[in-house]
Design a protein around this ligand. Structure first.
Ligand code: 26Q
Length: 823
């Protein structure tokens, strides 16, 4: 009979309105007479949330009953963005909500805009985790995400006098999408010491004693799939003071202040997301975050397994744990500790279970991003874990020594411990040794890790331990939600919305590439998206941009390897070229808008200088009457997921121009092409596979290849005959003349290229970059040719769905099957 109580989809807009009004009047305790947009959002979110909760509970019951193998995706970042639009679309009732809200006097777009982004991530890695959750639910896989419930997500970026200023992102004021589980808590231990004793059978046992305890409280977030009742769970841990006797004693002794201080110290653990992207700047607090989250998650996973009463050896048949980069690598050590110290298994038996459970995804080859922790720090915070790491390393090195006798240098290179002062733990090595599969995120990147940073491990384990799973994106958010009109047009030509769950169906668009009406609509949708972005730019920045101009977009975290500096140098070159032209020549040029967006890590000084240069150039160019619409340079502040949903559909061409071999995959490249934008890019990351899929006539590739990067770098320092590209020299000259403000402000950006070895090969690639931009201008002039490229590219993007990607993980790494409910 409980089925009767399931919330049915809203029967119609009246049914939806009834629920909305009920929430306004009861949950929010407000009157419909003073229901503003914010209240309308809250009530609408609560109405849809009610719908999710039933599916969510049923999904969990079904998965428990089936006793099926689950995958647990451990990620310190989940860059979810907004939830309401996604929930409405996944349930399939956005139209009803739209009609219902309209009748009450609200535009659904304005209501959706009220929601804060859930911005618990930095960039690509965090957004990938969010796309994966969407695909896991949509494909009905039994899956949980585990993360941290940061009180502050990624900071909000303001631009003041051209410089980035960070403002805290307090996003939790009203969050209807999380459910606190005050009954689901885990006590997490830190510090203390290890006592070695023997048990009644004479076996050596290690007891971790003393130290301090912090409480982990679970907060659950429902993850609805698209067009399915499967609603998975994202569990985020929040830290709280463990109310032990300690506090009471202090309190009773009248030490109220210090007992409050202890409490605050505990809550600090989950207070803030570390804002570094592709940079390892870990402090003790970051290590505490990692252990806190990993220990709570594993306790939860093990508790669930133990309810099944199965023998331990079946753990890997019930549980797959995926490590999103090395951030959760302590999970390997923690599971070994649970099995050996607490459950009393032998080392080898435990280690076999551990390695069959874990998979590790690598997201970077940049040396400065490879995580290391100092041995003294781990010794202090997690004394027992350090012992276990040393034992893991000992057994590993012994086996390497047996396999490759007398190769001391090999042992030094692969050791989990780096013999520096202080000694460092190489988390990637630990992750490889403790997992059964290691994957990269695009073909080039997976090849690179096998031939460079992890080459020795391929020799040791053989090539089969290493694999590739090329990243993907969810077409639900990145096409259907972000670009509803394009989605509708595609549906009208491909026989419905089947492409949203089988993206390869996009290939049906090829049949219509010569259909004049279709082409006109296609171009019109892009134009309208550009008008919307132009309006946003005008309203927020006061810069008028012409929607007929070519919109050239680079939005991503600011990093030297991603080369926003090369892009702005290119814009300066364009400006100088235009200035040198006669008015007649100028009139023939293709108008452009160079659009930038992205955050710099607060401690990344060079990245902040680059933001300043972009804004300084914009200030001059945008106010030059001679230039007018021919060139605008715009920096959109506070780039985030919801801004991406507006910006990406409005792009004509986007820039993915990292130094070859540095960008593991990139995922925004996929989002832009899926929305009918073309790409200018280097032969790096997933650009290469995108080219293979869509055809090299539909992408603008340029620059040196990864295989030549090392030699070029060498030549910069030792070659002797290295000279700065002349066009680039001209750009530097202009900056140094003070055209864009005080040249001192930009000296470091120039020196990095001209005087300090040009590590990212800006000068080597600059000529080919400029030439390729000329080709872009020419191609854009041919409007029909451009539309053809745009349509054919979208038609061939089927491969880049995160559904394909998740199916590859499920089959090749996790060995899990979908579990569907009766719909
Ligand atoms: C490490 C230590 C201490 C503090 C922070 C960090 C840290 C945090 C975030 C290190 C790296 C990250 C994020 C990395 C990231 O986003 N990598 C991107 O992952 C994408 C998904 O696979 C790829 O598409 C991108 O190419 C890659 O840059």
């Amino acid at each position: 009979t409980w089925r009767k109580h399931q919330a049915k989809p809203f029967a119609d807009k009246d049914g939806f309105q009834r629920e909305l009004v009920r929430h306004v009047e009861t949950t929010l305790a407000r009157s419909m007479f003073n229901c503003d947009e914010s209240a309308a959002y809250s009530a609408c979110a609560l109405a849809f949330r009610d719908r999710l909760v039933y599916d969510w509970n049923r999904t969990q019951q079904r998965q428990t009953l089936a006793d099926a193998k689950r995958v647990y995706y451990l990620s310190l970042e989940f860059l979810m963005g907004r939830a309401l639009d996604n929930a409405m679309l996944n349930i399939g009732q956005k139209d009803i909500a739209k009609a219902g809200l309209a009748e009450l006097g609200f535009r659904i777009e304005d209501v959706i805009e009220q929601e804060n982004d859930a911005a618990l991530g930095n960039g690509g890695l965090g957004r990938l985790a969010a796309c994966f959750l969407d695909s896991l639910a949509t494909l009905n896989y039994p899956a949980w995400g585990y993360g941290l419930r940061y009180r502050y997500g990624i900071f909000k970026q303001e631009i003041i006098d051209g410089y980035q200023v960070e403002v805290p992102d307090y996003w939790l004021d009203f969050n209807p999408w999380e459910f606190p589980r005050h009954d689901v808590t885990v006590d997490i231990q830190f510090y203390g010491h290890v006592v070695k004793t023997t048990d009644e059978n004479g076996r050596v046992v290690h007891r971790w004693e003393g130290g301090e305890t912090v409480k982990a409280v679970a907060y659950d977030v429902p993850i609805p799939g698209y067009g399915t009742s499967t609603t998975n769970n994202l569990r985020l841990w929040s830290s709280k003071a463990a109310s032990g006797e300690f506090d009471f004693q202090k309190f009773n002794n009248g030490d109220y202040e210090s007992s409050v201080a202890d409490q605050q110290r505990a809550e600090t653990i989950s207070a803030v997301l570390y804002p570094n992207d592709n940079l390892d700047r870990g402090k003790e607090l970051r290590l505490k975050q990692q252990y806190f989250w990993v220990a709570a998650s594993l306790y939860d996973i093990v508790r669930r397994f133990k309810k099944s009463k199965r023998p331990w050896k079946e753990f890997p048949d019930q549980v797959a744990i995926q490590l999103n980069d090395t951030h959760p690598t302590l999970a390997i050590v923690e599971l070994q500790r649970i099995l050996v110290d607490i459950e009393g298994l032998g080392w080898d038996e435990a280690w076999d279970i551990v390695t069959r459970t874990f998979g590790y995804t690598n997201h970077t080859v940049l040396p400065e991003a490879l995580e290391k922790w100092s041995v003294p720090l781990v010794q202090h915070l997690l004394p027992r874990h350090l012992q276990i790491i040393y034992d893991i390393n000992l057994f590993f090195l012994q086996s390497v020594e047996r396999q490759f006798p007398n190769d001391r240098d090999l042992l030094r290179r692969v050791s989990i411990i780096e013999e520096t002062n202080p000694k460092m733990i190489r988390m990637a090595h630990l992750a490889i040794v403790g997992s059964h599969k290691v994957n990269g995120v695009a073909e080039l990147h997976s090849d690179l890790i096998k031939t460079t940073i992890f080459k020795d491990f391929v020799d040791i384990y053989g090539p089969d331990k290493f694999t590739n799973v090329t990243n993907g994106i969810t077409p639900r958010r990145w096409l259907h939600q972000a670009n509803p009109r394009l989605s509708e047009l595609i549906a009208s030509k491909t026989g419905g919305y089947g492409f949203l769950t089988d993206l390869t169906q996009l290939n049906k668009l090829e049949l219509h590439v010569n259909d004049a009406d279709f082409r006109r609509e296609w171009a019109e949708i892009k134009f309208n998206n550009k008008v919307r972005l132009a309006k946003y730019i005008k309203d927020t920045l006061g810069i008028a941009v012409n929607p007929n101009a070519l919109f050239d977009v680079q939005v991503k975290r600011i990093h030297e390897y991603k080369r926003q500096q090369m892009n702005i140098f290119g814009a300066i070159h364009r400006y100088l070229t235009l200035k040198e032209m006669t008015p007649e020549e100028r009139a023939k040029q293709q108008p452009r808008v160079s659009i930038f967006g992205g955050k710099a890590a607060p401690g990344y000084w060079m990245a902040k200088q680059i933001i300043h240069l972009i804004n300084a150039v914009g200030e001059v160019v945008n106010n030059d009457k001679e230039i007018g619409d021919l060139l605008k340079v715009v920096f959109i502040p506070d780039y985030n997921v919801s801004k991406a949903e507006m910006i990406i559909p409005a792009s004509d061409i986007s820039e993915h121009i990292s130094t070859a071999g540095t960008e593991a995959s990139g995922t925004s490249n996929m989002k832009f092409v899926l929305n009918g934008g073309l790409i200018i890019g280097t032969c790096d990351g997933a650009n290469i596979e995108i080219t293979r899929e869509i055809g090299d006539e539909n992408i603008f590739l340029f620059g040196n290849l990864a295989e030549n990067v090392e030699d070029l770098r060498h030549a910069h320092t030792y070659g002797g005959d290295w000279t700065l590209d002349p066009s680039l020299a001209r750009v530097f000259e202009e900056i140094e003349r003070g055209t864009f403000g005080n040249p001192q402000d930009f000296a470091a950006i120039i020196s990095a290229v001209r005087d300090h070895g040009d590590y990212y090969l800006v000068s080597d690639d600059f000529h080919s970059y400029l030439e390729t931009h000329k080709l872009v201008d020419e191609a854009y002039r041919d409007k029909e040719g451009w539309t053809t490229k745009s349509i054919l590219s979208v038609a061939r993007m089927g491969f880049f769905s995160s559904d394909r990607c998740i199916n590859e993980y499920a089959e090749g790494i996790w060995n899990i099957e979908p579990l569907k409910g009766e719909e």
